[in-house]
Design a binder for this molecule. Structure first.
Ligand code: FAD
Length: 377
């Protein structure tokens, strides 16, 4: 057991709330601070593969996610006309399904409630103004003028992390050339699992969120300048989806009507070189390994980071040993996902231009990478 008694987690997203729960469960008095004055999570869903559920199970939250979400099996990969060509997914793990689809808002509520129930102190609308990061403790000055001394600070403040800038330097995520469009719908009865339809210049996913709801994602290449004005979101998304003749996809075209319901986002990637810590500050989640969602793994990796941290607080003798072990257990696994996701994104774009290199086998890369994630963390 390390000497860590008091920790600060910066960022109340999926990774930060998970880290708060994992640390508190490990006996560490933990505060989570969140920049936003209140949570304002956007209203589409997220894919939770079995390895993410396995990590949530350690936090005591997998069952709650499945009750409030929608467990499903492997994703059916189909042509744009609806013909199934393959199926993919992480290996099933014990009683856990291959996937759970869940609304992001509900997931946040589950994590927030879990944090509160475990005794995590949550402070909203506040961040770090300055850090004095010594070998034995971190003195923190907050933006409201208050101060605190912590044995460990965990930066989980996302892809544009301020803690990363303060502690590790100036790293920027890279735009990959692709964007994702998402939209929530009532769930049709025939949506029995997750589906991905492969089009000529895009792909469409249909993902269950609850028994009554689902969301669609569309991945497209939006070129050098991916910004799209709100007035164009609905017509452009409709045009992308209209390419698909699959009977499961067609009915959605006319249901895309609300520009506020279109969650559009250019895709960025970032993998920081090891180590992801300095003295007593450790970075986790998208702050150090932001992956594009080709394998649906970003949030799962952030939750796994939290679980490994919680375990090491209890098993490592010293803080340097903990941090060193953390990197050993996390770096290669996160790199595997970030690299494979980037390759898949590049191959998709080449395929849409009719230039997929010979030997580029997306199904094989997905299967191999997702299969490897069945290994214990
Ligand atoms: C289009 C898209 C689809 C995706 N789909 C999936 C999927 O299906 N499955 C999956 O597993 N992953 C998916 N992901 C990835 C997933 O969303 C991220 O990996 C995950 O949200 C990372 O969590 P995080 O806590 O590290 O960062 P974030 O979710 O970014 O949370 C960071 C938090 O820190 C707060 N914050 C920021 N700055 C500060 C500061 N200075 N001080 C205090 N707080 C701060 C933010 O307000 C936020 O609450 C997807 C990502 C994208 C872009």
């Amino acid at each position: 057991m390390t000497s860590i008694k008091k920790a600060l987690v910066v960022g109340g997203g999926i990774g930060g709330l998970s880290a708060g729960i994992a640390l508190q469960k490990a006996g560490v008095d933990t505060e989570v601070i969140e920049l936003q004055p209140e949570f304002n999570v956007y209203g589409v869903g997220i894919i939770q593969p079995s390895n993410a559920l396995r990590a949530l199970d350690v936090l005591g939250l997998a069952d709650r996610c499945m009750e409030r979400g929608s467990p499903y099996g492997p994703v059916k990969m189909c042509t744009s006309t609806g013909f199934q060509v393959a199926q993919v997914g992480t290996p099933p793990m014990g009683r856990l399904p291959v996937h759970n689809g869940i609304s992001r808002r509900i997931l946040h509520q589950v994590l927030h409630d879990g944090a509160v129930a475990n005794g995590v102190a949550l402070r909203m609308g506040i961040t770090v103004a300055a850090l004095d990061n010594g070998p034995d403790w971190v003195n923190v000055t907050f933006t409201d003028g208050s101060t605190g001394r912590y044995d460990l600070v965990v930066g989980s403040d996302g892809v544009y992390s301020k803690i990363r800038l303060l502690v590790l330097g100036d790293y920027k995520p890279r735009y990959t050339g692709q964007s994702v469009w998402r939209y929530a719908f009532p769930r049709p009865a025939e949506l029995d699992t997750g589906y991905i339809f492969l089009g000529r210049q895009s792909k469409v996913g249909l993902i269950p969120m609850t028994a009554e709801t689902m969301y669609m994602f569309v991945v497209s290449a939006e070129g050098e300048d991916p910004k799209i004005p709100e007035s164009e979101l609905v017509p452009r998304l409709k045009a992308l989806v209209a390419e698909y003749e699959a009977p499961m996809v067609r009915p959605f075209v006319n249901q895309i009507t609300d520009p506020k319901g279109v969650i559009y986002r250019p895709l960025e990637t970032l993998l920081l070189p090891a180590p992801w810590y300095k003295n007593r500050v450790l970075l986790i989640g998208d702050a150090v390994h932001a992956t594009i969602p080709q394998l649906g793994q970003g949030a799962g990796l952030a939750i796994e980071d939290a679980v490994v941290l919680g375990e090491l607080v209890q098993s490592a003798d010293t803080v340097p040993t903990l941090l060193n072990e953390f990197m050993k257990r996390r770096y290669d696994r996160c790199k595997l996902v970030v690299d494979a996701s980037n390759t898949l994104g590049e191959w998709e774009q080449l395929e849409w231009q009719g230039q997929l290199p010979e030997g580029a086998n997306m199904g094989a890369l997905m299967g191999k990478t997702l299969g490897a994630l069945g290994a214990p963390i």
